[in-house]
Write a protein that binds this ligand. Structure first.
Ligand SMILES: Cc1cc2nc3c(=O)[nH]c(=O)nc-3n(C[C@H](O)[C@H](O)[C@H](O)COP(=O)(O)O)c2cc1C
Length: 192
């Protein structure tokens, strides 16, 4: 398991994002458990909205860089906000760019995603903690050949759940630790 490399990211570029806090906590939990987790902020990637014309004329540098970062890892820990019952456009756009073939790759190669593993989290001020977004993200990742582990973490009432960067309650902390461990275990088992 020590050779497994996971990437932790959030589907939010909002300053103070609850989901970025969850992704960062997942990275810290990994480090504490001897699991390599790279924290990533989508805010660092200046991704244009996906367009076929742009893809054909000049594949954006930021999209290439994000795809390379995803491709260099065995699995992902993704914390998604819920926007109108689904995942936010910023996360879908990032996934869409990274799913596109580059160089002499075939259309279905999906090099950033195929054979990878994902563990999912969500935080929302609502009482449901982003459960609908989690279901949609699970379906999207499955479509692009990423295996999503059965464990997941939903943090409701996110505006009350954090003390700074930390989760106040023990239960979500335990669930998050378990999610990171499980994602790393499955990624290790699937690693070629
Ligand atoms: C366009 C939009 C739609 C939203 N729709 C939902 C929703 O369907 N369910 C929900 O729980 N919260 C919804 N919210 C509130 C978000 O959960 C909240 O803004 C949350 O803080 C976003 O996550 P972040 O803190 O990681 O950026 C919505 C927010 C926006 C801006």
């Amino acid at each position: 398991m020590s050779s497994v490399r996971l990437l932790a990211l959030a589907g939010s570029t909002r300053e103070g994002s609850y989901n970025q806090r969850l992704a960062d906590l997942a990275a810290s939990a990994g480090a504490a458990g001897g699991i390599h987790v790279t924290p990533l902020s989508l805010a660092r990637y200046d991704l244009p909205l996906y367009s076929d014309a742009l893809e054909r004329s000049a594949f954006p540098e930021a999209a290439l860089a994000l795809k390379a970062e995803l491709a260099a890892h065995d699995g992902f820990l993704i914390a998604t906000p819920e926007h109108n019952g689904s995942i936010p456009a910023v996360l879908k756009n990032a996934i869409d760019w990274a799913s596109r073939p580059t160089g002499d790759e075939s259309l279905v190669a999906l090099t950033a995603f195929r054979g990878k593993v994902a563990g999912l989290m969500s935080a929302s001020p609502s009482p449901f903690g982003g459960l609908r977004a989690l279901a949609h993200l699970r379906q999207i990742l499955s479509t692009i050949q990423t295996l999503v582990v059965t464990e997941q973490v939903a943090v409701p009432a996110a505006h009350l759940a954090f003390e700074g960067a930390a989760l106040k309650e023990e239960l979500p902390r335990q669930l998050l630790n378990g999610l990171v461990r499980r994602t790393a275990q499955v990624a290790a088992a699937l690693k070629p």
